[in-house]
Design a protein around this ligand. Structure first.
Ligand SMILES: *Cc1c(COP(=O)(O)O)cnc(C)c1O
Length: 480
């Protein structure tokens, strides 16, 4: 398909704008060296161009999207209606506090709901993503140790079943990362944890359920071991849709955590945002939270600066309209709906896992939480068919591929997360598609090496695409 600049024709335009009703302003001549490159299009042309673009992409509204650890679930449209209310969209972040009591109240109510769901005592809504929340939480841990004069704690323990952002965030926060291995069940090896803990332990970051979809049954023992060594416990709650309304990290001994509103709380994501990764903490860490926080006082809800705040972690108050969507979602589901959603997420994953186990090798053969991992290591050697081939084959069934080659501790991994918003027919359709692909692989896998056959692009060179990002149109003449 053509780029909009290739469709552009000099002089073609859309004259629907009303006449200018403010004095015209002429830019200083030397500020602009050349006229801006803007495509010149008719309205019909623009409309067709964007419709064509929309057809070339895929999203949760096109079909099943079981991308593990991403929670690509359906987002109720009413959340968007709420976020589109002019009272929210017309706010400016620099508006005086006294003019935005409704927005403050919403933030306060959301903080309270998230505290109730997680068992935390305080919450900041500032961080813009899960990884950003991790970084913020680690700064809280650091501030706590530093405030006590304990500067010897330079290490963060991260199990090998953690999400990839965990070690990256620990490193960014200035910590050394101590990796510990999982046992055969995909859980933390307690002996390895004990051996790793010591006077240099600042804390542990635990992804739970972990990236193989398993809830660590030793969770209470784990937080006890870390606390006894003087470390704090961080809970990666990005995937809270496995446990929300059922168990709370705050009751399991965790001191701080983040949530991904753009996963669990149904706000749309993909393509890079906007996201929101609120961080919750126990009372003793509240004093370090990023500033400002939203607090309820006798005169109403207001902004406040915690006494030993680590400072702002982003501009203004976070991605406010994402907060509106998440709050709408929490109100829609309520006390009964939240645990029911979690139960359905776990039920759907286990339904698929058990049915697929007849054909595919599961990485861990026991009950999972919201996602599960299968491995094609045997098929790669026996049939020459890889996880990539099966994942690409699914595209021809109208299904978005699951996460591939992650987690790293499983070879030829496919990580499937059906989410709670899918019905049985969709799950059955995907199970059937995966079984058909398996049969095809057994008969003659060579056809699968070329899949997908039905999509606008098939197998891009992902490394090249990541290393040589081409995001600008080349107008020629060395100018862009
Ligand atoms: C998605 C995810 C993250 C990172 O969240 P981003 O918003 O992408 O930064 C961290 N941990 C887990 C377990 C996740 O699934």
């Amino acid at each position: 398909m053509k780029l909009i600049f290739e469709l552009s024709r000099p002089g073609r335009k859309l004259t629907l704008l009303p006449p200018c009703d403010v004095p015209a302003y002429t830019l200083q001549a030397d500020l602009r060296k050349a006229p801006p490159h803007l495509p010149e299009m008719s309205e019909t042309g623009i409309s067709r161009h964007y419709t064509e673009l929309a057809k070339q992409t895929t999203g949760v509204n096109d079909g099943f999207y079981p991308l593990g650890s991403c929670t690509m679930k359906y987002n109720p449209k009413i959340n968007d209606e709420a976020a589109a209310l002019p009272g929210f969209t017309n706010l400016h972040p620099l508006q005086p506090e006294a003019t935005v009591p409704g927005a403050l109240e919403l933030m306060q109510a959301l903080q309270e709901s998230l505290c109730a769901i997680t068992g935390m005592d305080a919450m900041t809504l500032q961080p813009s993503a899960g990884a950003h929340g991790e970084f913020t939480g680690l700064l809280l841990i650091k501030a706590w140790h530093t405030s006590r004069g304990d500067t010897a704690r330079t290490k963060i323990i991260v199990p090998d079943s953690a999400h990839g952002t965990n070690p990256a965030s620990a490193h960014m926060a200035g910590y050394d990362v101590v990796n510990i291995k999982s046992d055969a069940n995909g859980c933390i090896d307690l002996e390895a944890l004990k051996a790793a803990c010591g006077p240099d332990t600042a804390g542990l970051m635990l992804t739970n359920p972990n990236t193989v979809g398993i809830f660590d049954h030793n969770i209470l023992e784990i937080t006890k071991i870390v606390h006894e060594a003087g470390g704090l416990c961080y809970y990666d709650g990005a995937n809270l849709n496995a446990v929300a309304g059922i168990v709370r990290p705050g009751d399991m001994g965790f001191d701080c955590m983040h949530l991904n509103l753009h996963k669990t709380f149904s706000t749309p994501h993909g393509g890079g945002g906007p996201g929101s990764g609120p961080v919750g903490c126990k009372e003793f860490l509240r004093q370090f939270l990023p500033a400002p926080v939203v607090e309820a006082g006798p005169e109403g809800v207001h902004f406040a600066v915690p006494v030993h705040s680590i400072g702002a972690v982003r501009s203004f108050w976070g991605n406010f309209l994402v907060l509106v969507r998440a709050y709408a979602y929490i109100l829609e589901l309520g006390k009964e709906g939240i645990p029911e959603a979690s139960e359905n997420a776990v039920l759907n994953a286990n339904y698929m896992r058990v049915k697929l186990a007849k054909r595919y090798q599961m990485a861990y053969d026991h009950t999972c939480m919201h996602e599960f991992v299968l491995t094609l290591e045997h098929e790669k050697h026996a049939l020459g068919v890889t996880a990539m081939d099966i994942a690409k084959g699914l595209i021809d069934f109208g299904i978005h591929p699951p996460t591939m080659y992650f987690p790293l501790i499983v070879h030829e991994a496919l990580m499937i997360e059906p989410t709670e918003t899918e019905g049985r027919e969709t799950l059955d359709y995907c199970i059937d598609a995966l079984c058909q692909l398996y049969d095809a692989a057994e008969k003659d896998g060579s056809g699968l090496h070329g899949a997908p056959y039905t999509s606008p692009i098939g197998r891009p060179d992902e490394v090249l695409a990541a290393r040589h990002l081409v995001l600008k149109y080349d107008f020629g003449g060395g100018e862009s």
